[in-house]
Design a protein around this ligand. Structure first.
Ligand code: NZQ
Ligand code: ZN
Length: 388
């Protein structure tokens, strides 16, 4: 049965190859001081930085630079961003980059006017903001996380060997997000496919839970088919606008909470992947792909009905003359073949994980109970060993 829920999505989207011009419509809504958040320099190379700064200047804004947000933003960088925002009395946090910049902007947004330690309050104690939140806007340059239309923020603490995500409420979601698929053309192929797998796995995390007949699972199947189809085009021709725009749009729908409404969710691949990330600082999507097959093969018997449906509906496995187990296994094999074709990591060793890290990664993996099997620490250790 579809559970009860309330739903709002607070983010206004502008989508398309001319969408950056709508920044002119959004900026007048905010005060003069704009903290311009970006990463390690890709936006300077591909020209997006110049375009955005021109629009900011045309609108009379003071641009406060906050570059250098690293993939998997750290707690140290978060403290720096909070300091910059406070010193400059910032009115808008404008993230121009991928999920890391947008996540970071949200973490700064809830911390500027908060006296408590941001890491302890939001990521260890998982508290909600009680202070005034500085608005966030986003110009997205990488498709994957869905951060552009959700309240999620993931921060890494390397000293504590923890990478933790907090899903904040709708008041923390970006007020607006600008999605121009052409901005993703300059992504290195490895980042593009990591993003594609991230999208696919977000859908899986919400799909592989529960056995009810619900609309969310039908939407999920359509989104999975779309991202598989477009991924195969994009790896051949990264400048295929149709494929890149479908990938970008699917990323947003995969994790703007819609497909989770009224049903339970799994998220154990992300828990495993995040802990691998805390130890290796590897690319998020790759940490997910590297643990996925051992995880799904392990839980498959506990959720056989859904894995059979996944095989038939998403991978067109023909059920004739086969047992349910065989059908489900063929589905996972088809998924594995697709993962090989697009070129995502299939083991954590190539991401820098070693045998002696396994106990620590196991310890750092949060156990959630929405999937088909609530894992024990021993089972997590075994899945991680199989992922090496
Ligand atoms: O830093 P720059 O120089 O900009 O380079 C980035 C970075 O190296 C590069 N890049 C981005 N757009 C580009 C580009 N290079 C060339 N051309 C472009 N157009 O790509 C690299 C990765 O960027 P990043 O923002 O780190 O990637 P992604 O969007 O995958 O974000 C990853 C972070 O998001 C978190 C992850 O854990 C990770 O910390 N997640 C956030 C979620 C959420 N908010 O809901 C959910 C996800 O599951 C995920 O956990
Ligand atoms: Zn993800």
């Amino acid at each position: 049965m579809l559970g009860n829920f309330s739903y709002i999505n607070a983010t206004k989207l502008y989508f398309g190859d001319d969408s950056l011009k709508y920044l002119n419509e959004e900026l007048p809504k905010y005060g003069k001081n704009v903290q311009l958040i970006y990463g390690g320099g890709s936006i300077k190379k591909n020209g997006i930085y110049d375009e955005v700064v021109k629009i900011l200047k045309d609108n009379g804004k003071n641009v406060i630079e906050d570059g250098g947000v690293m993939p998997n933003p750290t707690v140290e960088k978060l403290y720096e961003g909070i300091r910059i925002a406070r010193e400059n009395n910032v009115d808008l946090l404008l993230s121009v980059g991928g999920g890391s910049c947008c996540d970071y902007a949200k973490a700064v947004s809830v911390s500027v006017n908060c006296d408590e330690d941001a890491w302890d309050k939001y990521f260890l104690r998982m508290e909600e903001p009680t202070c005034e939140i500085v608005p966030v806007g986003c110009v997205l340059t990488m498709a994957g996380t869905g951060s552009e239309m959700n309240g999620g923020s993931v921060i890494s603490n390397h000293d504590q060997k923890l990478k933790i995500g907090h899903v904040f409420g709708d008041e923390v979601m970006p007020k607006f997000s600008i999605l121009n698929p052409k901005f993703t053309y300059s992504l290195p192929k490895r980042q593009m496919v990591a993003g594609i797998y991230d999208i696919f796995n977000h859908i899986c995390e919400q799909y592989f839970s529960g056995e009810d007949d619900n609309t969310s699972d039908y939407i999920s199947e359509a989104l999975m088919k779309s991202v598989i189809h477009s991924s195969l085009i994009a790896i051949e021709d990264p400048e295929d606008y149709e494929a890149r725009s479908n990938i970008m749009w699917t990323a947003t729908w995969a994790l703007n909470t819609l497909i989770a409404m009224g049903k339970t969710e799994d998220w154990m691949v992300h828990m495993l992947g995040q802990s691998v990330g805390a130890y290796t600082d590897a690319t998020h999507g790759m940490t997910l792909s590297a643990v996925s097959l051992p995880y799904y093969r392990y839980i498959m018997p506990y959720g056989l009905k859904k894995f059979k449906r996944f095989a038939e509906e998403v991978w067109n496995v023909c059920p004739e003359g086969k047992t349910d187990e065989q059908i489900a296994e063929e589905g996972l094999k088809a998924m594995e073949d697709w993962m090989k074709t697009i070129g995502v990591s299939l083991n954590i060793s190539e991401l820098g994980a070693t045998e002696d890290m396994i106990d620590g990664i196991t310890e750092g993996t949060f156990i959630l109970d929405g999937g088909y099997k609530v894992l024990t620490k021993d089972e997590i250790r075994e899945i991680l060993r199989k992922s090496l």
